[in-house]
Design a binder for this molecule. Sequence first.
Ligand code: 6GU
Length: 247
Amino acid sequence: MRIDIISVFPRFFDVLELSLLGKAQERGILDVVAHDLRDWTDDPHRTVDDTPAGGGAGMVMRPDVWGKALDEVIGADAASGDVVLAIPTPAGKPLTQRACEELARAERIVVACGRYEGIDARVASEYAERPGVRVFEYSLGDYVLNGGEVAAVALVEAVGRLLPGMVGNPESLLEESHGVAGLLEYPVYTRPAVWRGREIPEVLTSGNHGAVARWRRDRAIERTIERRPDMIEKINAASLGKKERRA
Ligand code: 6GU
């Protein structure tokens, strides 16, 4: 997969060369390229923003600069392929695990990082009508960041780790939080058996695999009720280990 990121802080993405994602890039599974939005300005001050139409505080990013950048980065070959234009914004749809699984099937993702009060809304409308381009305006959660850069890194990591050949053990993709059962992950433990007087739950060292599986399922349900009651409605009962009933 190829991911292009356009931002006024392209150096922000130097972190993507570290760790697992750096290895993915070395192995050719993922290719991430960061671009400086100001390269598409043509005034001496390299201006990317202007005052909001209708008045109010802050600055809005100009559609003409974004248009030049996106035309060049998306390229003319988009029509024949499958490009997602991902735009981080606190007014977007949630970046869920399901959304990341869908994004992982795209050939290319272009992330357009806004700063200030956001990007002129005509930019999303323009590219949504371009053949071969899907626009995804997304949010990390219900809080406000200064710009889309952190959200772009989150997308690269969450999508990158789903690409074929990325995770050593594919089972760890199924059991983790927001996996198939739609529950948060159960608590995990390792040696030493006693740490600062705290013991590992006995069932985990019993060797009884059925009991371990039931304990983990119960702790996952307990934790989800406590921390994310909103997720309980969406639980996939079949994947909680319930036996199917026949009439
Ligand atoms: Cl994607 N962008 C910004 N600026 N703030 C956010 C966000 C995105 N998600 C949560 N807060």
